[in-house]
Design a binder for this molecule. Sequence first.
Ligand code: NDP
Ligand code: HSE
Length: 439
Amino acid sequence: MEAIKVGLIGFGTVGSGMAQVLHEQAGRLQKKVGTEIVLKRVADIRIEALPPHLAGIELTRDVQQVLADPGIDIVVELIGGIEPAKSFILAAIANGKHVVTANKALISQHGSEIFAAAHARGVEVGFEASVGGGIPVIKALKEGLVANRILSVMGILNGTANFILSTMTDQGLPFATVLRQAQEKGYAEADPTYDVEGIDTAHKLAILMNLAYGMSIRLDEISIEGISCIEPIDIAFGRDLGYRIKLLAITRNHGDHVEARVHPTLVPEDHMLASINGAYNGINFRGDMVGDVLLYGYGAGKMPTGSAVAADIVDIARNILNGSINRVPALSYRHEHLRPRRITPLEELQGPYYIRISAVDHPGVLSTISGILGKHGISIESVIQKGRNAQGSVPVVMVTHDAREAAVRQALAQIDALDICTARSVKIRILVDDGEEEH
Ligand code: NDP
Ligand code: HSE
């Protein structure tokens, strides 16, 4: 059997990782696939030369030499961003090539167009590396959990944000220092605000929701809050209260509507997701048949992500060899069964909150604040008030019983407008995960 030939566009962190995986695992992959998988050509606008272990592979600056080469079966796009990545992928599909990408920004926003083009042309698009780095999340959802109605997905989906939060928690290092470390390790996006402001996590959540529910969701339908507002004081209070702060992606299936949100969350320290630290990701699927499934592993980085890209290449190679292209539909549900779903507005959500109010340390302040919360139907479970700072201001930290998001917002707006408040209040949602799901 003739070798399966691969062309790569973008020899950066993930591209070089994928090339190394194919090189180091060549013998093993041949035994598993039944033929050789050969990286034929690499296109990159910056790279001057390939490393010595890749001697013999052609390097070009001209992407057309990958897109139009009739000898290439699978085009791997690893440049990131929307354009020109999207045009490259559509051109590859038009030329009858299968495509593999790790580009979650592109798949979450233009996946429908790309999958429709691939479906029409009878080629496959693999995007395993777009969610969870090296963790086989997409395959789990498409194949392993295929016989389930997905009730919820909850996950730490951004290695950079998790690395920042856990390093700030454990080592007390400032945000900027830790972000720089994540960039040096190759975890961060070209624009790291995507990582810290929750946008990258939202891209991944959108992809998971497409697969879980057979729906398509626009990015602006997801409520997104990042971690740049998290201060060391909230990490410390959170610890005192028995929580870890994590940037979570959350979707729950309520039947006629589904939640879609990304925000910093106080996770009880005995919850599985609380112990996922560093650049690790953790994704908890809850299915109606299987119950809870937790996947855990490196969510970013050269070799883990390269391994996921190589897994897609192998899947496609096997399907080419078996004549079973598109055996598994790109979004698991068949094209004709994809349908829109109503997204639960964030204001309708109900749960406990951590609230930190900065106020002057005068008699009556606490009763004024609790009075406003009470008027909005928010009852307080516990209060911590610690020593005043140099400006005479004290942090008043409260944990509420279940409250409606809309009521919390209104109450805090009213509290922030008081003369006794010295800075904007902070609110962080607290995760409640008792295994009970609404249907
Ligand atoms: P890098 O920036 O490290 O690599 C991209 C490479 O592509 C660079 O060498 C870049 O050159 C080159 N390039 C950019 N534009 C073009 C072009 N038009 N033609 C040819 N080459 C081009 O990115 P990553 O490897 O980190 O990320 C690649 C993709 O993988 C992204 O979609 C990212 O979101 C995704 N991803 C990344 C992970 C990670 O851990 N890094 C994990 C999971 C997914 P130059 O530097 O000059 O722009
Ligand atoms: N920037 C992303 C992260 C890469 O830090 O998780 C993996 O998708």
